[in-house]
Design a protein around this ligand. Structure first.
Ligand SMILES: Cc1ncc(COP(=O)(O)O)c(C=O)c1O
Length: 389
């Protein structure tokens, strides 16, 4: 047995994907025409799997802000904020996020992934407990594993399971963090946050909600599912990403607890990686401004999401449980998911292929994520191409 033998499983996976057609990890966008259209293998392709919920990646003001920052501050920060210091924009964005979430503190990370690693590994330690929803994103799981806390998973959105596990912790419930997402990324279903808040308060536990897919999508002001369910002020830690509705890159945590300010001294994924570049900070700030001032983006997003969900539902596809900007089509088998994904790509529609084990219930899905920037014609074409499957 050699060090490299373990890769035979990955090689098998790769070969399996290639035998079914194109390997999804090898898709190249040769040109990006807009937030919703690219060129793949010379074909004009509708992008229906990019998490570009508000369609801001080609927004002229965001681009202008990024270009101005590139020209005035250079291409990168070339180090961490601990070692190299902060740029004005880092602190400005943190203040804007704190204001947006009506929290006393916010902290910016280089990606959403490192935000989850950084917050969870700082917050949790030996002797603490974490209750993690079984459908939670890999970054949340990895963050929990980075800490030395005891990890207990509860069945997805199962409130009785959550309560049972908290009760079993007895005196340790006060040292417990519940970790869930606002909207879940694969099926587009939501956490019952109001119920979770009631439970966590009863047991004296704390709550972290990852609003990666909910920022700009839910809530009257686009703050996420916690706002939509009226419990924003009860959530202890909100984490999220700039890489989806804000069309940039980076992650954040906002909290009403002043202790968040101290994470800067202990959070290794914050301290030991380069800070976000000036252009990324500038486009993120402008996108956040647009999210706050253009609620019509959310209206377009929801009307597109509704059209796609209802269109695919009327064709008889088995979809996620509720209308949302993530529309997941359940496939009969892994083989049919691979075949259908390839057929859609050939027909000029790019969606995400979601295969077990990274999926709820070990099922295979074709996952669409819808954008405010999709046109009515693009939505109709996506539905037509699904009808052809
Ligand atoms: C729920 C959730 N959290 C965190 C992340 C990580 O975000 P980022 O892409 O900014 O690293 C993702 C990305 O897919 C996600 O779906």
């Amino acid at each position: 047995m050699s060090l490299l033998d373990k890769f035979s499983a990955a090689q098998q996976l790769k070969s399996g994907l290639e035998n079914a057609g194109k390997d999804p990890t090898s898709v190249v966008f040769e040109a990006i025409n807009s937030a919703t259209e690219a060129v793949v293998e010379g074909r004009t392709t509708i992008l229906a799997g990019t998490n570009n919920y508000l369609g801001l990646t080609f927004n002229p003001e965001c681009i202008a802000a990024g270009v101005a920052a590139l020209e005035s501050q250079g291409t990168g920060t070339t180090g961490s904020r601990m070692a190299n210091g902060s740029y004005t924009a880092h602190g400005a964005l943190e203040a804007e996020l704190a204001d947006f979430f009506q929290c006393s503190n916010a902290m910016v990370f280089s990606t959403g992934y490192t935000a989850n690693l950084g917050v969870l590994s700082a917050l949790l330690g030996k002797g603490d407990a974490v209750l993690l929803d079984s459908d939670a994103h890999a970054s949340l799981y990895d963050g929990c594993r980075m800490s030395e806390a005891d990890i207990y998973r509860f069945r997805h959105n199962d409130m009785q399971g959550l309560e049972r596990r908290l009760a079993r912790l007895e005196d340790r419930a006060g040292r417990c963090l519940i970790v869930v997402e606002g909207m879940y990324s694969v099926l587009g279903d939501k956490a019952p946050l109001a119920e979770i808040v009631e439970i966590k308060e009863r047991f004296g536990a704390r709550l972290l909600v990852d609003e990666a897919h909910s920022l700009g999508v839910f809530g009257e002001c686009g703050r996420g599912v916690a706002e939509a369910q009226g419990v924003l002020d009860k959530v202890d830690f909100i984490v999220g990403t700039f890489s989806k509705s804000l069309g940039a890159m980076g992650g954040f945590c906002a909290s009403k607890h002043d202790v968040l300010a101290l994470f800067r001294y202990v959070s290794r994924p914050f301290m030991f990686t380069a800070s976000p570049s000036p252009a990324v900070m500038a486009t993120t700030r402008e996108a956040l401004h647009q999210l706050r001032t253009r609620p019509e983006l959310r209206d377009s997003l929801w009307s597109n999401a509704r059209r796609l969900y209802e269109g695919l539902q009327s064709l008889g596809f088995e979809l996620g449980p509720e209308i949302s900007p993530v529309v997941a089509v359940r496939c009969q088998s892994r083989e049919s998911a691979l075949a259908n994904w390839n057929q859609l790509l050939q027909a000029g529609v790019y969606v995400n292929m979601m295969l077990p084990p990274a999926t709820p219930g070990g099922a295979s899905f074709l996952r669409c994520s819808i954008s405010a920037a999709h046109t009515a014609e693009q939505i109709s074409t996506i539905i037509e191409k699904f009808a052809d499957l």
